[in-house]
Design a binder for this molecule. Structure first.
Ligand code: BG6
Length: 490
């Protein structure tokens, strides 16, 4: 990829910029993915000179991408980076941006390609887009794009409001709403694997699939993000976006092609078919949890309520389990069980498609067979496993369950490509396929809003209800057991 671009990072000194964005831009540069002709402008309120900012960026790269740090490459990268300080609510900074952008494209040497990355608090999105608009910095003729980080709104109404505000200045195809799960190779592979093999697709439906289990388990806690998490909780943080995107990719119909809107149309269609839950079903089919103190890797860790800047009586959930149904021809009455949590006993994101048990009468007592299961591991293991049943050696021979395995790293001798890098490249190139579309975002909110509202008004005296370092509350096991099923032991 050697396309010219100018990237303006609002919030250029913040946490996201230091941890993810700037190291990822450096990563792409060091891999030779940028032309020589690009510029990055960090914007923040801290009064840095260009040199001081460059030092900060270097420190962020060293700290967050130590394995890729190279003094010479970093010096070359920093030649493309400048900094402006100012108040994002005031006009002055935008005048400076105008000068920078017009100056960059004055010679007409390059096709304009201007990207605004909003790595700021959500409150600043309004003032930023209004000022960009007033200065004619949003127009398509400078090929401008805007990247917006999640959370995209706090519920359906606020997401729609935020969107209206951005749409006053940008068109839908200029808007890139990041969900970094979509940038993971193993998540993209859900589409490649499903539609690139003829043997699974005929089975991928209610006739052969017993149920689907999706897990997004993390062993980390909330990591100094107390104020954010107190307002978000696990449903807004993971279920509304990453989890529902995974369900959409597992469940959607084959798109006509891999064009951005062909894929996003199919995902949206699937999301619209997720059965809405009334209060009774929410009580029956969803479980919330919050971690108390416990141990992770043998080390004691505090409970959620003892985390920095968290209310000592907080009832914010850090764990969610639920059962969803998709009311369409393919998935009618096939349960999709999902669970996500912080401070679990381990880190694992995976999709399990469990097929129906074949009749085993033939083998009678000689069968210790399990139903076939296809396991699409997303992380940390990057693997696809298929459980099959085979004969054990010997005269008698039993039917026994075993695994066929494919491992990314072994096969391709490389780890998966960093998701942020993939998404930034796509934005620079103008491909929106791996970004969330507004219609899907609003549909995802309409799925989770009733669940959040129900639990907000339902007392939870049992919190905390799971110890850090375990697999969540026992009610989550009961949710499966009532259906005669079990969560996979991770
Ligand atoms: C983010 C959430 O979107 O995803 C975090 O805000 C979470 O709470 C993170 O830890 C998980 O991402 P990953 O790529 O580590 O699974």
């Amino acid at each position: 990829m050697r396309k010219h671009f100018t990237m303006i990072i609002f919030g250029g000194t913040g946490d996201l910029s230091q941890k993810k964005l700037l190291p990822t831009l450096y990563f792409l540069f060091s891999e030779g993915d940028f032309s020589d002709d690009f510029s990055i402008v960090g914007i923040g309120t801290t009064k840095y000179t260009n040199e001081e900012y460059a030092e900060m960026v270097k420190g962020a790269i060293k700290k967050n991408l130590p394995e890729k740090f190279d003094e010479n490459k970093c010096t070359n990268f920093l030649r493309h980076v400048t900094y402006r300080s100012g108040d994002l609510r005031q006009e002055d900074i935008y005048k400076e941006l105008c000068t920078h952008i017009n100056g960059t494209y004055a010679s007409k040497k390059n096709e304009p390609n201007v990207i605004y990355y909003l790595a700021t608090i959500p409150d600043l999105v309004g003032p930023i887009v209004e000022h960009l608009n007033a200065k004619q910095l949003c127009v398509e003729k400078i090929n401008s794009k805007i990247i917006v980080e999640k959370p995209f709104g706090n519920d359906k109404a606020s997401a729609a409001k935020l969107n209206d505000l951005i749409l006053k200045s940008f068109t839908e195809k200029q808007i890139y709403r990041i969900d970094h799960y979509l940038g993971k190779d193993t998540v993209q592979n859900l589409t490649f694997f499903r539609f690139g093999n003829s043997i699974f697709e005929p089975l991928w439906n209610r006739n052969y699939v017993d149920h689907v289990q999706i897990t997004v388990a993390e062993d980390i806690g909330i990591e100094k993000r107390g104020p954010f998490y107190e307002q978000a909780g696990v449903i807004r943080d993971i279920i509304q976006n990453h989890m529902l995107q995974l369900i959409a990719l597992v469940g959607m119909e084959p798109p006509a092609n891999l064009a951005s809107d062909a894929v996003r149309d199919e995902k949206w269609t699937l999301l619209k078919a997720i059965r809405p839950m009334d209060d009774e079903n929410i009580r029956k089919f969803t479980v919330l949890g919050q971690y108390g103190p416990g141990k992770i890797n043998g080390e004691p860790v505090c409970g959620y309520r003892e985390e920095e800047r968290v209310d000592k009586r907080s009832v914010v959930p850090t764990y969610f389990a639920g059962k969803f149904f998709i009311d369409n021809w393919r998935w009618s009455e096939v349960p999709f069980y999902v669970r996500a949590g912080k401070r679990m006993a381990g880190r694992a994101s995976e999709v399990r498609v469990q097929f129906r048990q074949p009749p085993l009468k033939l083998f009678e007592k000689r069968a210790s067979a399990l139903p076939n299961e296809l396991i699409l591991n997303i992380q940390p293991s990057e693997e696809i496993d298929l459980s099959i049943n085979v004969k054990t050696p010997g005269i008698e021979g039993y039917l026994k369950s075993t695994m066929l395995k494919f491992n990314y790293e072994k096969e391709f001798n490389t780890k998966q490509y960093p998701p942020y890098a993939r998404l930034l490249i796509d934005c620079i190139m103008g491909d929106t396929m791996l970004f969330a579309r507004q219609d899907a975002i609003e549909t995802m909110w309409s799925i989770v809003d009733p669940i959040i509202n129900f639990w907000d008004k339902t007392p939870r005296p049992d919190f905390p209800n799971y110890d850090a370092g375990t697999w969540g509350p026992k009610e989550a096991d009961a949710l499966m057991e009532r259906d005669g099923r079990k969560w996979h032991e991770l």
